[in-house]
Design a protein around this ligand. Structure first.
Ligand code: ADP
Length: 647
């Protein structure tokens, strides 16, 4: 398998196994970045909703407490001592404003025009006379989900029976279980109010109401249906004083008014008091709410009082935790959407647009527990921070995938290259061994067969055989040296010798072989003798490796020149040819093991890719170096530099 075929496979493998899953994962991550703001909004809404619902249910309990406390703060007064009894009541109970007493025949027994009325009592009568004496009806509020609980549960049952026949029974059973369940959901905050509204109802009725509230809150179609039915029945659907969530980026487009969970119905005083034995009636007078407490006493009389606004509000505000925290502002909004309490430190807040708000009770119609973000930019800045982290992670992921991939691919590629080079090395070595062997065999046969050969020819053949044998030896030495290079060190036999004479001898030994192949062989020297310390066998191996390359890679102009020079403290041997030369890109690699120039000029020539590697190793063991230079006019120059040492 060629290198070109193998590495693209690895590239594809990398793309399929690493890059594609990486891209898919980061696409998922990027999508999640897109919904990050909404996710943060949702989680903040959830936390705030829990707090708001908790506060609303606390206020409900406080309302029930107020009712109970007021009820027990006065005993039925004797009719002839109303003044004293009520005066006493007002004195002992700060919450009591103007007390009143209504007879079973709806006659206002107290306060009465026949007595000396103070200003408060006059105002009270002006506002409430007609209502208390059943001459006028006022809107009375009721939780719509409680009022229509039977319809809600019925349609829930139908919905499940129709849609999912298989699961329907289970679900209906679930609804039935909800009746029995004891835990209140977040939305069932109004439980306090409806349970007091339905105090005569059984436990089951209360739980059914809770369940109905849950279904009502969670299903838009049910909500629509119930409001329509309420309108049909002549009840008035109210709208909330706030637009919840509209300050959130994802909900800014929703501009519709939101329906209140409380609907109103016009009732007179007798109708109201006939349903329960005590209660608080909110009355809207001139756009402001005032609150009437009433309680039925023996004989069909109803006594009660106007609640002192300030005290009443204080008692309710006590139920609020701290208004300001670094993350949110929590307050109570009145029927006009105005905060009853404001934090001392707050940025500009649009009170009509809380993040989360909850209605409280039919006693406090259109009142809301509402929360706002202390820092309105919190969501977007948090989302931006998370987005940034996500991007950094994605970039890091890609950087590591790519750098890791490149390192692995490079490593594998070089491993594969090496494996392929080793394979072709084996093939090349066997071929290289065959060539001199064939020549030797050929000359041996010629010598054997042609007995009458001229002595000169015989010498020539023998010299050629000798040269081929040396070539064979050198080849085997190359292989042995290479196999030894990773293991034991090559042993050298350094001796002082004349380099000029030595180089001449080496070239002369090969001259015949080269000339028989058409080469012009030239020997040059700048000095007659040059003594230095070297290992003769090894240097011969170096010279022959380079000379043989000059022979192999010179297909057209066949010239080989060996030159010995003295350059300061170094001896220089230059072997020059007029062959194909080596381009600059390959020249950097030719001394690496197994490296062979892969172009049309050299690829047909057999070789092991070890000759120059071993030559370089030997010369560096002599403390010197081999360099390649392109030769002017074409060809190559290999320059062997050995420091002159004689000891
Ligand atoms: P090889 O057995 O292939 O000749 P070498 O290590 O001796 O191995 O040489 C490495 C490569 O350098 C050769 O494959 C060849 O491409 C190039 N090379 C070496 N000497 C010459 C030269 N004199 N002229 C052109 N190319 C050469």
């Amino acid at each position: 398998m060629s290198k070109r075929k193998l590495t693209p496979h690895l590239g594809w493998l990398f793309v399929v196994v690493v890059l594609v899953p990486g891209i898919v994962l980061s696409a998922i991550a990027m999508r999640s970045i897109g919904v990050e703001e909404i996710y943060i909004e949702k989680s903040i809404e959830k936390i705030l909703f829990a707090e708001v619902s908790y506060v609303a249910s606390r206020i409900n309990s406080r309302l029930a407490e107020i009712e109970d406390d007021l009820s027990s703060s006065i005993d039925p007064p004797p009719l002839d001592r109303l003044k004293e009894s009520f005066a006493q009541w007002e004195k002992t109970t700060p919450l009591v404003g103007v007390p009143f007493l209504v007879s079973p025949s709806s006659e206002i027994l107290w306060p009465n025009y026949s007595q000396n009325l103070n200003d408060e009592e006059k105002t009270f009568l002006d506002w409430n006379r007609k209502f208390l004496s059943n001459e006028a009806r006022i809107p009375v509020f009721e939780n719509v989900a409680v009022a229509y609980k039977d319809d809600i549960l019925q349609s829930t049952r139908e919905q499940y029976l129709n849609l999912e026949p298989g699961k329907s029974l289970e679900r209906v059973k679930g609804v039935a279980d909800d009746y029995r369940g004891s835990s209140l959901s977040q939305e069932s905050f109004a439980s306090g109010s409806y349970s007091s509204a339905d105090s005569s109802g059984s436990q089951n009725q209360v739980l059914a109401a809770q369940s109905a509230i849950q279904e009502f809150q969670s299903s838009l179609p049910i909500r629509k249906k119930v409001y329509e039915k309420a309108k049909e029945q002549g009840q008035n659907v109210l709208y909330r004083s706030v637009k919840v969530g509209q300050s959130l980026p994802s909900k800014q487009s929703e501009s519709k008014d939101q329906e209140s969970i409380f609907i109103s119905e016009l009732l007179n005083f007798s109708e109201i008091t006939s349903r329960k034995d005590k209660g608080i009636i909110p009355r809207s007078i001139d756009g402001k709410l005032s609150f009437l407490f009433w309680k039925r006493i023996s004989g069909g009389y109803v006594l009660g009082c106007v609640l002192s606004q300030e005290h009443f509000k204080d008692l309710i505000l006590e139920m609020l935790p701290s208004v300001y925290s670094p993350s949110r502002i929590l307050t109570l909004l009145d029927e006009n959407g105005k905060p009853l309490i404001m934090p001392s430190e707050h940025s500009v807040v649009d009170w009509r647009k809380p993040i989360v708000a909850s209605e409280i009770s039919e006693v406090l119609p259109r009142w809301e527990v509402a929360t706002y973000l202390s820092d309105p930019n919190m969501i977007s800045s948090r989302a931006r921070a998370r987005e940034l982290i996500m991007w950094i992670l994605i970039v890091m992921l890609y950087a590591s995938i790519l750098s890791g991939g490149v390192v692995i691919l490079r490593h594998m590629r070089s491993e594969i290259d090496l494996a392929q080079k080793k394979t072709s090395f084996v093939a090349n070595v066997s071929h290289e061994l065959k060539t001199p062997l064939t020549s030797i065999r050929m000359f041996t046969e010629m010598l054997k067969e042609k007995k009458d050969l001229a002595a000169e020819k015989k010498d020539q053949y023998l010299a050629l055989m000798m040269s081929e044998t040396e070539r064979l030896t050198r080849l085997i030495n190359n292989v042995l040296d290479f196999s030894r290079s990773s293991g034991a060190k090559k042993q050298y036999d350094f001796k002082v010798c004349d380099l000029v004479g030595f180089c001449r001898k080496c070239l002369e030994d090969e001259r015949l072989r080269f000339e028989s192949k058409g080469f012009k062989v030239v020997f040059n020297k700048s000095t007659d003798s040059l003594d230095l310390l070297f290992d003769q066998e090894s240097l011969k191996q170096v010279l022959l490796n380079i000379l043989e390359n000059a022979e192999k890679y010179s297909p057209r102009i066949k010239e080989i020149e060996l030159e010995v020079l003295k350059d300061n403290s170094s001896a220089v041997i230059q072997i020059k040819d007029r062959g194909v030369g080596i381009n600059a890109r390959d020249a950097k690699h030719i001394f690496k093991e197994f490296y062979r120039v892969d172009d049309s000029l050299t690829s047909s020539v057999r070789g092991t890719g070890l000759g120059l590697t071993i030559a370089k190793k030997i010369i560096s063991d002599h403390g010197g170096d081999i360099q390649y230079q392109p030769r002017e006019g074409g060809g190559s120059i290999f320059k062997i530099i050995i420091p002159i040492r004689r000891d």
